[in-house]
Design a protein around this ligand. Sequence first.
Ligand SMILES: O=C1O[C@H]([C@@H](O)CO)C(O)=C1O
Length: 543
Amino acid sequence: ATLHHEWEISYQFKSPDCVRKLAVTINGQTPGPTIRATQGDTVVVRVSNSLLTENVAIHWHGIRQIGTPWADGTEGVTQCPILPGDVFTYTFVVDRPGTYMYHAHYGMQRSAGLNGLIIVAAAPGGRDAEPFAYDGEHDVLLNDWWHNSTYEQATGLASVPIRWVGEPHSLLINGRGTFNCSAAVAGTCDATLSECAAPVFDVVPGKTYRFRIASLTSLSALNFEIEGHPMTVVEADGHYVKPFVVDSLSIYSGETYSVLIKADHQDPTRNYWLASNVVSRQPGTPTGTAVLSYLGAPRGPPPTPPPAGRAWNDTMYRFQQSVATVAHPAHVEPPPPRADRTILLLNTQNKIDGRIKWALNNVSFTLPHTPYLVAMKNGLLGAFDQRPPPETYAHQTYDIYAVQKNPNTTTSNGLYRLRFGSVVDVVLQNANMLDANKSETHPWHLHGHDFWVLGYGIGRFDPAVHPATYNLRDPVLKNTVAVHPYGWTALRFKADNPGVWAFHCHIEAHFFMGMGVVFEEGIERIAELPPEIMGCGKTKGGH
Ligand SMILES: O=C1O[C@H]([C@@H](O)CO)C(O)=C1O
């Protein structure tokens, strides 16, 4: 089937956590409407930009855009931005079942509220039928939220000295959160608004529920828990996983999971909390809450305080979940046995001209405003740096535990050209930041592909040793993966989707500060580009 959506993007006053703020909305909503489709459907979204003075672009996160590389919605990579007053139609096929998301992909606009879920059901009777059963489903979109604007955030990040975005003011569950009104500017906060009332998820005692849990946080790694209800993880980023049980789920920005819970608590006469807590950074934000409401129990908040989550610095708990996430035995798609090319990417925080940046192999990424897709297809040389970025770094000697000033850091908008059909390994190596004893978690997201997650480690990656430990038997396919503090993560993908694809840290501030790269493959196989993606930079003529 072909599913048509009409979306108008506009600013509206919203109070997701009871504090009034301008938000970028879809048809007046944030989060936007959930797109529900069946595997094989074509989704058509006609986007009208009514933002008056701000461009927009929308990325369909986890949708590979096979044959439609111009619909990936990544400003500067696959399209020119949609201008105020303009209309742009995204058309793409949802070829796999699972839990996906969409969000703005222009500057730091995602943080302003333009986000939502895409839920794709398996084709009935197909080979991708779900290897698990449940009685009902609930969808949970997790976010973090600030009261200052994305412009303040972006300007602060580019200032000398940096004004870091800081910890979020609140954590949202399906667009609702809690802020203590006594700490808000007078007249901006109203705790009685239904708009910020905790979401309620109804369950019938004895039944099994699938919770789809997706995170589009700007910054925060989260620990998600349903009080007193162990969760069986069954899906990650649209792929079925070998079921495993957790008391609380670690989820990074850009990831989705499905978990099964049984509404079989020994006390079904009360309600329970859904709780989202910041981990991996020292928290400064109250718990995000929602209510699991047992049929027959009195409505209203549970009698217990909301769970506080795991210790924020319990890295091993999170690491173990990463390692436990492997393909479902009946849905293993084995990776190619070896790579044609291996790119080692050292993740560092660096200073350039006094500004704090993030860099890969000492190159901090800058986004060109002539989309690569058009520039490369149409031979617009000069639209970006033609020199390829480095394939590796001094991996034998680089001390990942030390503060390294890396004085030779440069900025570049060069990209990696991949041989069409080749198998590419990327090893992401984390390191110490510019502050002593500090290394953060980075969720890396690849556009246009899923990758096999071959291995994780804590410490320095050794190309002579660690590849022998890769899981080539049943690695999970994902589109977003964590690199843990001082750790490394190895992934493999096939460069078989003609287009130009961003690969970046999904922390909004970090991509803005240069934490990304771009891959091109098979550009020559793309027949013709739709003219609607053009009209900016060197694509508008007159150059
Ligand atoms: O990129 C970042 O900058 C800050 C800090 O290092 C400088 O204020 C932080 O925690 C980041 O993740």
